[in-house]
Design a protein around this ligand. Structure first.
Ligand SMILES: [Zn+2]
Length: 422
């Protein structure tokens, strides 16, 4: 016979575990499992709603939670919104006991229900004798990160000072700028991490699209880093066959091309092309996410679009765009026989920046735009010249830099009647 030797530290751990279990049993006796059953029976149905606004949380005897972590989070929010500091006196697998940091009678005791389906508040004393405090240890950077995650998702540069002010106005708590700064850094890291993960899923998303829409065009371009062989997102082009067909069958051969910035952490630009449908509304044809708006990306985009719409050299087609250099060069190279005109609103925006922003000049500009004959156009331009010769000069110069001068300006302004923005 040889006796099994148990190391001292394990003995100590076991002893501590037994002690804790005995304590929990004693606590259950104190607040009573029988009593707990009665409480449950009396207060059944008071289930905690995790979606409720945090300043609306209530703590009640018999209230049930999905888990102990949900209970702890609810108590934390409750303490922050009510302005007192709490301390977790005990937190084991079965029991959580929270008391007020100051020596006052406020306390909550919760443990698993009899079938372990819910974590239940079995004893609560909601009476504080301490004063409300503006600083709260519960409002740490983790809590603040969680609180501002959606705000920072919308605006990555959300100001720290605004975070401090919002917490003070909403919950009456004072937090330091440094804490909010850490919280914002954490939130950015979390969001950027998730953006990276989403970009990793693009190849499988494109494969799935191709499986479902066999005749549509989805082109994903990746780059390979010199230092490692991992592919890196570069461009994505999407043109659904149904949209291309709808445009060809139902709209005039006039397309608008434009690009805009993507204001996410990973930047890039969105290129898109639209037509006008029978109701004179925008009809989307194709769009792409690219590294930036330049000649190479426009050539890539327009080439794919030409293939989808069956355009050869642009004959019979009209392109409307702004005066972006890369775009103008790409259109001139790929669609030499297309009519390429500038958007009147874009011309007006550039012209206005040169100091011609008066109400009369604006009216004359849009009057000229709406002319359907040269005579009318020249008359309006003449009126503008009488009023301010410099304005007409700037208008012509702006046009000459990109194309063939006055005749092109006249075409640009008369062909597309962009509705006046009020
Ligand atoms: Zn208290």
């Amino acid at each position: 016979m040889c006796a099994q030797v148990i190391p001292m530290d394990i003995q100590a751990k076991n002893g501590m575990k037994n002690l804790l279990t005995r304590r929990e049993e004693r606590q259950e006796e104190l607040y009573g499992d029988d009593e707990g059953e009665n409480i449950l029976a009396a207060h059944s149905g008071r289930r905690y709603d995790p979606g409720c606004p945090i300043d609306n949380i209530t703590i009640q005897l018999g209230m049930t939670y999905e888990s102990r972590s949900q209970f702890k989070a609810a108590v934390k929010n409750y303490a922050i919104c009510n302005g007192f500091n709490v301390r977790i006196k005990r937190s084991t697998e079965n029991v959580v006991e929270v008391v007020c940091q100051e020596h006052c009678p406020w306390r909550i005791y919760a443990s698993w229900g009899p079938t372990r389906e819910a974590f239940v508040i079995k004893a609560v004393n909601d009476e504080h004798r301490c004063n409300r405090t503006p600083t709260n240890i519960q409002a740490d950077y983790r809590w603040i990160t969680k609180h501002f995650l959606e705000t920072i998702r919308r605006d990555m540069n959300y100001r720290v000072i605004d975070m401090v002010r919002e917490l003070h106005e909403k919950y009456g708590i004072i937090v330091s700028r440094a804490t909010c700064y850490s919280a914002r850094s954490w939130a950015r890291k979390m969001l950027q991490g998730s953006l990276d993960e989403h970009y990793h899923m693009l190849p499988s998303y494109v494969a799935e699209l191709q499986k479902v829409h066999r005749n549509s065009t989805f082109q994903l371009e990746v780059e390979h880093d010199i230092h490692n062989s991992l592919p890196r997102f570069n461009r994505l082009y999407i043109c659904f066959e149904s949209l291309a067909r709808g445009f060809l069958e139902g709209c005039r051969p006039v397309i608008g091309l434009d690009g805009c910035f993507l204001k996410t952490e990973l930047k890039g630009q969105l290129l898109s092309t639209v037509g006008r449908d029978g109701n004179n509304m925008m009809f989307p044809i194709a769009w792409a996410v690219v590294e930036g708006e330049n000649q190479a990306s426009w050539i890539w985009f327009i080439s794919l679009l030409m293939s989808d719409l069956g355009i050869v050299d642009g004959y019979g087609w009209t392109i409307i765009s702004d005066q972006q250099k890369g775009l103008e060069n790409a259109v001139a190279g790929l669609l030499p026989n297309a009519e390429h005109r500038n958007c009147a609103r874009h011309i007006y925006a550039n012209w206005k920046k040169k100091g011609h922003s008066t109400y009369i000049l604006r009216n004359l500009f849009w009057k000229a735009v709406k002319c359907t004959a040269c005579e009318g156009f020249h008359r309006v331009i003449g009126q503008m010249k009488t009023l301010k010769a410099e304005a007409v000069q700037d208008l012509l110069e702006g046009s000459q830099s990109s194309s063939g001068g006055f005749s092109k300006l006249l075409k640009s302004m008369t062909k597309f009647q962009v509705p006046k923005k009020k």
